[in-house]
Design a protein around this ligand. Structure first.
Ligand SMILES: Cc1cc2nc3c(=O)[nH]c(=O)nc-3n(C[C@H](O)[C@H](O)[C@H](O)COP(=O)(O)OP(=O)(O)OC[C@H]3O[C@@H](n4cnc5c(N)ncnc54)[C@H](O)[C@@H]3O)c2cc1C
Length: 423
């Protein structure tokens, strides 16, 4: 997988800076070591700090360098598969538990923001899933009826209302979910890092974990300039998982997603586009996702290259798609481009993996990690405390034919495009 520099994203330009976390330069011991300072790692530390005194986090860069500082900042309750598929993935009572987890995960994000006074432009405007064509209409109808039966404030909107709410006549239906919203993703991540500092958690940046070895009941993780001995270990590396733990990288497929953002739109244009500022995710073969930020910028996300890699950060295909949807922005200057790797699982479930005694990993949020990675942290903390998490622990299982994943990703993107063209 291709590694990139930390891109000069809109989020980096507008988030409050966080003091650099120092590199590890010695051999230390701790009770819990977490590798990865994104939402998963930081939320694990924050929740585990209630019961565990000594916690250290290592990141190869700085908090938020990975997806947690690059994403669209959309906070949806909606999981992507069809209802029937999700019921197969979570048979029996597991389905009800997962549905509850989806709602709880969104609540958890906004609760943490409030509890730790995180300045991250958090907006609870509700969120929208929009679609075009018969398949999308069926999906949105089924899910909105289902959510309404659970008592959630979710409504199916017809074409007319969808057009007014989103500012484009492209979609046939949309589903409005009052529970969702958005955050400035890097600011949210840095806020979690600050909260960790306040709980006494030590974060070492620029400290890539390169080797793990077992010493009896404990573990030792080495960086280039130091090491950490620990009783408990969590890997929270998601789409940036390397070969540190044998087989872990083969449990997910990192797929590039790109974002581009306009300069602030003039009020006359901005008021025609998502006037209530909900984030939108498409239900489509190759779904786009977008929203308008506090400064009236359109922030627009879509796939990276057809191979699933980031490539040269050429976002021309995103921009032309955005203009097709919103002709009113034609001629607007585009100010930022950036990208990151989403961690996709073959079964579309997020995974809490038990790797060995007192060693866990949490990953595979399939593009819904703002709430789900935050929730995974809480679930990992429960597992570390010997309690029963609502996301059931699984054993590590490599995706069959993982080394051919690029072919699979390309085929998926091409067939998705075909489906969208036929709609
Ligand atoms: C472009 C894009 C848009 C997205 N949009 C949305 C969205 O709008 N809404 C949503 O809900 N989700 C979205 N997602 C998904 C979401 O961002 C992720 O699911 C979530 O951030 C995952 O958090 P994490 O902490 O598990 O991983 P990350 O934030 O990726 O953190 C992993 C960390 O591990 C570190 N690491 C890796 N290997 C090592 C090592 N060997 N040693 C030390 N450190 C290491 C990395 O440096 C990194 O900081 C998007 C993702 C992308 C890429």
């Amino acid at each position: 997988m291709q590694k990139t520099q930390w891109p000069d994203s809109l989020w980096r330009s507008t988030a409050e800076p966080l003091r650099d976390c120092p590199e590890l330069h010695e051999d230390i011991e701790t009770d819990l070591l977490i590798i990865g300072a994104g939402y998963t790692g930081l939320s694990t530390a924050l929740h585990a700090a209630e019961a565990i005194e000594q916690i250290v986090i290592l990141d190869q860069s700085q908090p938020g360098w990975g997806c947690s500082g690059r994403n669209g900042g959309q906070v949806h309750c909606q999981w992507k598969p069809d209802l029937a598929v999700l019921k197969q993935l979570y048979p029996g009572s597991q389905f009800d538990a997962f549905i509850k987890t989806l709602g709880d995960a969104v609540e958890l994000v906004f609760d943490l923001v409030e509890q730790h006074q995180i300045e991250c432009q958090a907006q609870r405007t509700g969120s929208i899933i929009a679609g075009k064509g018969g398949k999308a209409v069926r999906y949105l109808t089924e899910w909105s009826e289902f959510w309404a039966e659970t008592g959630a404030d979710v409504r199916l909107l017809d074409k007319h209302v969808s057009t007014e709410l989103i500012g484009t006549a492209h979609y046939d239906r949309s589903m409005f979910d009052r529970r969702g919203g958005s955050v400035q993703p890097l600011a949210y991540c840095r806020g979690l890092a600050r909260a960790c500092h306040e709980q006494g958690v030590t974060i070492h940046g620029n400290s890539r974990a390169v080797k793990v070895s077992q010493n009896g009941n404990s573990w030792q993780v080495f960086t280039d300039h130091g090491s950490v001995k620990c009783k408990r270990l969590v890997l929270a590396t998601n789409g940036y998982t390397d070969d540190l733990w044998p087989g872990l990288a083969q449990t997910i497929v990192p797929v590039a997603s790109m974002l581009t953002a306009t300069s602030p739109l003039p009020e006359s244009v901005a008021s025609t586009l998502l006037p209530h500022r909900q984030p939108v995710g498409e239900y489509a073969g190759v779904p786009a996702y977008y929203r308008v930020d506090e400064a009236n910028r359109l922030v627009f996300g879509w796939r990276g290259t057809v191979s699933g890699e980031i490539g040269s950060l050429n976002t021309a295909h995103l921009r032309s798609k955005a203009v097709r949807l919103f002709p009113q922005i034609v001629g607007t200057e585009w100010e930022y481009d950036w990208a990151g790797y989403v961690g996709i699982t073959s079964h579309q479930r997020p995974m809490l993996l038990r790797l060995a005694d007192n060693v866990y990993a949490g990953l595979g949020y399939n593009g819904r990690g703002v709430p789900m990675a935050t929730m995974m942290g809480k679930q990992l903390a429960l597992s570390l405390a010997g309690r029963v998490p609502t996301i059931s622990p699984e054993s590590l299982r490599a995706i069959p034919l993982h080394s051919f994943r690029h072919i699979g990703v390309s085929a998926r993107i091409m067939s998705g495009h075909l489906r969208d063209c036929l709609n």
